[in-house]
Design a binder for this molecule. Structure first.
Ligand code: CP
Length: 303
């Protein structure tokens, strides 16, 4: 049985442990799990970089589980870290105030792991969730991506029979870094083709990536973007070549690589579309249940 102390990297999740989370996420969705698991538990959400999906879904997940969500939008400015208070003192204060879980997004690679180390060293009992650290990892996004695939291509995923592609800015994509680990745990082939067109007819699961402009230190950003969109746009031609049962995923926010007309393509699973037979089968809705399942599993671990 899976036990989760912290969620720091995609590498910590075996296929078996992911399957347990996916089954629990489905049970939550179907109303078959008791959902007061976070009653009287405090969860601190620190989002030092912009976020729509991760932040909202964690906040809603905590509230639906009966917990208290406390939201801070910047570690350095809004907490006393701004007055030179050390991280150790900050984490100890959180423990003293009954905070049980911290989900943190931060531009600094490794900060969630550092907070986890502090919590463990002083036996503070706070679990840390990495909600995206710089260009390093974003494990809960990667897990919800696999969950989205598992809900439709279960057998092939579990038998390692899919070809999963990450297309775009792999170097700076924390989604791709975590995603490669969690998909690979199932033995599926994970590829990173040099353009969308190159491997279109082989790919079962498309993970399109945005151009991470905030991570670039190049002068001519506009020409880098132009080159990027030439290679990685999901054009009509690419969609025509793609398999009829392929799945198009994108962690978003989107850029021109994902034209609006793709939203009507029945193979897309990145955004809700009420013209689809199951509009709720999309990464964002799935992310809510998956994050609820993670929060429950963390609390179960302490019993
Ligand atoms: N996928 C993702 O992390 O989106 P947000 O940046 O909106 O949270």
């Amino acid at each position: 049985m899976l036990s989760i102390k912290h969620v720091l990297t995609g590498k910590q999740f075996s296929a078996e442990s992911q399957l347990e989370l996916f089954r629990n996420a489905d049970a939550l969705r179907n109303g078959n799990l008791i959902i007061k698991s976070l009653e009287s538990q405090r969860v601190l959400l620190i989002f030092g970089e912009p976020s729509t999906r991760t932040r909202l879904s964690f906040e809603i997940a905590v509230k639906r589980l009966g917990g208290d969500a406390i939201i801070i939008d910047n570690l350095e400015e809004k907490l006393s870290v701004a007055k030179d208070e050390g991280l150790e003192d900050t984490v100890k204060t959180c423990a003293a105030l009954g905070i049980r879980i911290i989900a943190i997004r931060h531009r600094e690679k490794g900060l969630p792991a550092l907070l986890a180390k502090i919590s463990d060293r002083y036996r503070l009992g706070i679990s840390i969730i990495n909600a995206g650290d710089g260009n390093h990892e974003h494990p809960t996004q990667a897990l919800l991506d696999v969950y989205t695939v598992w809900r439709e291509r279960r057998k092939e995923l579990e038998n390692g029979e899919l070809v999963v592609a990450y297309l775009g800015d792999i170097k700076d994509s924390r989604v791709a870094h975590s995603g490669k680990s969690v998909f690979s745990a199932f033995g599926v082939k994970v590829i990173t083709p040099p353009s969308c067109l190159k491997a279109a007819d082989q790919i079962d699961v498309w993970n399109l990536l945005r151009f991470q402009k905030e991570r670039k230190k190049i002068q001519d950003i506009e020409s880098a973007k132009r080159e990027y969109y030439q290679k990685y746009t999901l054009t009509e031609e690419v969609r025509r070549k793609a398999k009829s049962d392929a799945l198009f995923l994108h962690s978003r926010p989107r850029g021109p690589e994902l034209p609006a007309e793709t939203d009507e393509d029945p193979r897309q699973r990145y955004i809700i579309n009420f013209r689809f037979s199951d509009p709720w089968q999309n990464q964002e809705t799935n992310g809510l249940y998956l994050r609820m399942a993670i929060l429950i599993k963390i609390l179960e671990g302490e019993k």
